[in-house]
Design a protein around this ligand. Structure first.
Ligand code: FAD
Ligand code: EPU
Length: 357
C-alpha cells in the first residue's frame, strides 16, 4: 500500500487522453471487485485521496494528483436471452468499443451507432455517452453501483438513473463515494436501425445493415476526430448548449445555426458551429488549440498544460457569450490535486460579471 511518507510520482501523461503531463503519488490497475474494495478501504484508513478512472478520456487534470489513481480493469461479459431480447451484463472495466464489436460478432445488434467511442463501461453510464442518434440510456437496463460507505452493491434500474444529455444521477447526485461495477444492456432481437442524416452520403437505406453502420461510423469518426494517440484531447470539451425557443429562434433565423429540437421543448444548438463561425482563426495558447475539423474539441498539440487549456476555454466561452449570448458549458470532468472540481470553469454569471468589469 502507498505510504504517505513516500512520494512516488508516477507520470499520468500516457494515462489521460489529453496528454497532460501530471503525476499521481501512485497508480493501481484493479481487476477484481475485492481488490477495489481493499484499495479504497486502505485509502480511507490512511486518508489518502483516490480517484477511479477508466481510460482517462473525459478528464482534464488541473494539477499533480496527491493520491492514488485507480484504473478500473474489472472485466467480464455475460449474455442471456429471452424470446424478444438479448441481455448483456458487462463489468465496468470493459472497453466500450470492444463491447460494440463483441455484440456485433455475436449477431446482436443495436450498439453500432456508438462505435469507436473511447473509454470503459463505467464512465459510459455516468456520462450517458452518445453519438449518431443513440445514447447509453437507450440501451441500458440497469447499473450496478458499489457504495464505499458500507461496501454494499445496489442495482439501479434505468428509470432511476436520471439519464439526460451527457448526464445521469451518478454524475451529480452520488458525491463520488461509489464505483460503477457493471451495467446491464438490453437489446431487441428485432433490429431497429437508428438512421442519422449523414448516413445517406454513404449508402442507400435499402442496403443498410448493422455492420455497414458500424463501418460507416468508424470511417466518419476516424476522418473527423483527433486520435488521442497522436493529438491529446478528451473529445468534446464543451456540451452543445440547450436553450429556450425564445432565445434560439432569433439566432437560428439570423445565423442558420444547425439545431435539434428536444422532447422537452428546448432547442439544442451546435456548439461546434458557434465556435467555427466566431472565426477564432488559428488561436493557440501555448500548445492548446481548437481542433480543425471538430471545433468543440480542444487539443494538446504537444506539451500543453492544463492552465493553457483552461485559458483557451475561457477565451472561447467569453467570445461565444459576447457574440451569441450563449454559454458553453464544459462537458469533461476537472480533476484537482485531491478531488474532482465541480464544473466551475466559469459559470455564466461569473463570466457576465467578468465581462462587465
Ligand atoms: P474517464 O475519463 O476515465 O472517467 C470519466 C469520469 O468518470 C471521471 O470522473 C471518473 O472518476 C469517473 N469514472 C470512470 N469510471 C468509473 C467507475 N467505474 N466508477 C465510478 N466513477 C468512474 N463521448 C461521447 O459521449 N460520445 C462521443 O462520441 C465521444 N467521442 C470521443 C472521442 C474522443 C477522441 C475522445 C478522446 C473522447 C470522446 N468521448 C465521447 C468522451 C469519452 O470517450 C467518454 O466520456 C467516455 O465514456 C469516458 O470513458 P473513460 O473510461 O475514459 O472515463
Ligand atoms: N458543426 C460545425 N462545426 C464544427 C462541428 C460541428 O459547423 O466544428 C456542425 C455541423 O453542421 C455538423 C453538426 O454541427 O453537421 C453536427 O456535428 P457533429 O456530428 O460533429 O456533432 P457534434 O454535435 O459537434 C456531438 C457529440 C460528439 C458525437 C457527435 C456525433 C457533444 C458535446 N458532442 O458532436 O461526442 O461524437 O455529436 O453524434 O454532444 C464527445 O462527447 O466527446 C463527442 C465527441
Amino acid at each position: 500500500m502507498y505510504n504517505k511518507k513516500y512520494s512516488y510520482n508516477i507520470s499520468l501523461k500516457n494515462l489521460n487522453t489529453f496528454g497532460i503531463n501530471v503525476t499521481a503519488k501512485k497508480i493501481i490497475f484493479v481487476k477484481t471487485i475485492s481488490r477495489l474494495i481493499k484499495t479504497i478501504n486502505n485509502c480511507k484508513l490512511f486518508k489518502i485521496p483516490y480517484l477511479i478512472l477508466g481510460e482517462g478520456s473525459n478528464v482534464l487534470f488541473l494539477e499533480h494528483y496527491k493520491g492514488i489513481v485507480i484504473f478500473n480493469r474489472i472485466k467480464g461479459i455475460t449474455i442471456t436471452e429471452n424470446n424478444n431480447f438479448w441481455m448483456i451484463h458487462v463489468s465496468s472495466g470493459e472497453k466500450w468499443h470492444n463491447v460494440v464489436k463483441y455484440t456485433l460478432n455475436f449477431g446482436i445488434f443495436g450498439l453500432e451507432n456508438m462505435a469507436l467511442i473511447p473509454g470503459r463501461i463505467g464512465a459510459a453510464a455516468i456520462q450517458n455517452i452518445g453519438a449518431y442518434g443513440l445514447e447509453f440510456k437507450d440501451i441500458c437496463s440497469y447499473v450496478d453501483v458499489l457504495f464505499f460507505k458500507n461496501n454494499d452493491t445496489k442495482r439501479i434500474d434505468v428509470n432511476s438513473c436520471k439519464f439526460s444529455y451527457r448526464s445521469s444521477v451518478f454524475k451529480y447526485e452520488y458525491n463520488y463515494d461509489y464505483a460503477i461495477i457493471a451495467v446491464g444492456i438490453k437489446l431487441s432481437k428485432i433490429w431497429n436501425p437508428v438512421i442519422f442524416p449523414i448516413l445517406k452520403n454513404y449508402t442507400t437505406l435499402q442496403d443498410i445493415t448493422p455492420y455497414k453502420i458500424f463501418n460507416i461510423i468508424c470511417k466518419i469518426r476516424i476522418k473527423k476526430l483527433p486520435d488521442p494517440k497522436k493529438i491529446g484531447n478528451a473529445g468534446s470539451f464543451f456540451k452543445n448548449p440547450i436553450i429556450t425557443k425564445k432565445q434560439a429562434y432569433p439566432l437560428i433565423s439570423l445565423y442558420k445555426i444547425p439545431h435539434y429540437p428536444q422532447i422537452n421543448g428546448l432547442i439544442k444548438i451546435s456548439g461546434g458551429w458557434l465556435i467555427e463561425h466566431y472565426n477564432f482563426k488559428n488561436i493557440q495558447i501555448g500548445d492548446a488549440a481548437i481542433h480543425k475539423t471538430q471545433k468543440l474539441i480542444l487539443i494538446n498539440k504537444k506539451n500543453a498544460t492544463s492552465k493553457e487549456v483552461i485559458k483557451l476555454a475561457r477565451i472561447i466561452q467569453t467570445c461565444i457569450l459576447k457574440k451569441f449570448n450563449i454559454f458553453l458549458e464544459p462537458e469533461i470532468d476537472f480533476i484537482g490535486s485531491t478531488r474532482k472540481i465541480k464544473l466551475k470553469l466559469n459559470s455564466r454569471i461569473n463570466l457576465l460579471k467578468l465581462m462587465n468589469k
